[in-house]
Design a protein around this ligand. Structure first.
Ligand SMILES: [Fe+2]
Length: 383
């Protein structure tokens, strides 16, 4: 029996057009002054304006912070916190992809607790109450809307710091699939693969438990099917909704368990070669599934039982190999290269990458033990 502590912190409001409820929901949380954190891409397609209008129509004063970049940095967070000091918001909205949502959390850490973001690296470092926050995701991937962690990169060293505190959980995740329809195809592909990886890594991680498994399983069901549909038809709103919910549930699975070796292998590829996170995870995942299959093949079999008989899914009997092939096919379908050698990775640096991968926290939760040697072999397999 696996002990766990499932404490839902985030209300989830889902449906097309629900962005119009943003003002009402902020009002329910008692806010009259709201800082909206967003990025230029999302602002450019007009989504953020919908949120600002909804807030204004509820009589709420707003201030927009648009200084978010992909993989937000300590500089972005500090600039946002400076603006927050002047504006004195009562609530913060993270409006955009994982970067905007993580930046909102980072700004909240500094605004309410002071210091530098480095002070919050790790877990449970916020000592003061934090402002309530609402997430409005416009991609279907990171699941940041239901997680208490922010990934912030050090602007000087480029080290990615995971800053987690249960107080940094969003009070509400406002999921409007209509906001995800305008994503560029490449963003759909990268974030979709990441979400699939979240479902599959959490499903077999060492700290999986009945609560996390329920979310991993549902995320898998929603993502595997709808991912192919959104790639075929980006305007399919029902499939977009499935992806958005799947990514959100996968986020809840991470919040209630952990990831594994595919994320440990992916991070050094991103920091060393700039390979986007979703692509880096997609390069590693099929090999990690095959490797794990030797010990937890029965778990993959169980997961495939859920989709047995559905069109296009691998059979339960095909086990880890069938699942790995299926993930590879998704990566191909997303138009992403499948081998490290096609992505500029140099063979003579695999050892160095494996050393770095072995330092990643997530690797310790992989069901089959991975040290530097195993990680090196996995890079070789993916090369
Ligand atoms: Fe990820």
């Amino acid at each position: 029996m696996v002990p766990f502590d499932y404490y839902p912190r985030t209300r989830i409001v889902f449906g097309p057009g629900k962005v119009e409820m943003l003002g009402q929901l902020a009002g329910e949380l008692g806010a009259r002054r709201v800082l909206v954190v967003s990025d230029p891409g999302v602002i450019g397609v007009g989504h953020t304006a919908l949120g600002l209008a909804a807030l204004a129509s509820a009589g709420i004063d707003t201030q927009l912070f648009d200084g978010v970049v992909e993989n937000p940095t300590t500089d972005n967070v500090e600039a946002g916190a400076t603006l927050a000091r002047r504006f004195e918001p009562e609530l913060i909205v993270g409006f955009g992809g994982g970067s905007s949502m993580d930046c909102a959390k980072g700004i909240n850490f500094l605004h309410t607790g002071g210091g530098r973001i480095q002070d919050y690296w790790g877990t449970g470092k916020a000592t003061r109450p934090m402002l309530p926050m609402i997430a409005v995701p416009t991609t279907a991937g990171t699941g940041s809307e239901t997680q208490s962690f922010a990934l912030i990169s050090d602007a000087q060293t480029h080290v990615k710091m995971a800053c987690g505190d249960k107080k940094a959980s969003f009070r509400i995740a406002l999921l409007d699939p209509a906001l995800t329809v305008t994503q560029p195809q490449r963003v759909t592909a990268l974030t979709g693969i990441d979400a699939v990886a979240h479902a599959l890594e959490t499903y077999v991680c060492r700290v999986r438990n009945p609560a996390s498994l329920a979310f991993s399983r549902e995320a898998w069901l929603l993502l595997a099917d709808n991912f192919q549909r959104v790639l075929d038809d980006p305007t399919d709103l029902s499939a977009r909704g499935g992806m958005q919910l799947g990514a959100c549930f996968a986020g809840l699975a991470i919040e209630n368990s952990m990831l594994g070796a595919a994320h440990a292998l992916a991070n050094p590829l991103t920091t060393t070669y700039g390979i986007p996170h979703g692509h880096a995870v997609g390069l590693a995942l099929p090999h990690v599934i095959r490797f794990n299959g030797a010990e937890v093949g029965a778990w993959y079999h169980d997961l495939l039982e859920c989709t047995a008989g559905s069109n296009g899914y691998p059979s339960p009997e095909s086990g880890a190999d069938g699942l790995a092939d299926f993930v590879s096919a998704l990566v191909r379908r997303a138009g992403l290269a499948e081998r490290l050698s096609e992505c500029g990775v140099e063979h003579d640096r695999l050892g160095e990458l494996a050393t770095e991968a072995a330092r990643q926290w997530t690797g310790g939760f992989n069901p089959r033990k991975v040290g530097e040697a195993e990680l090196r072999s996995l890079y070789e397999a993916a090369f």
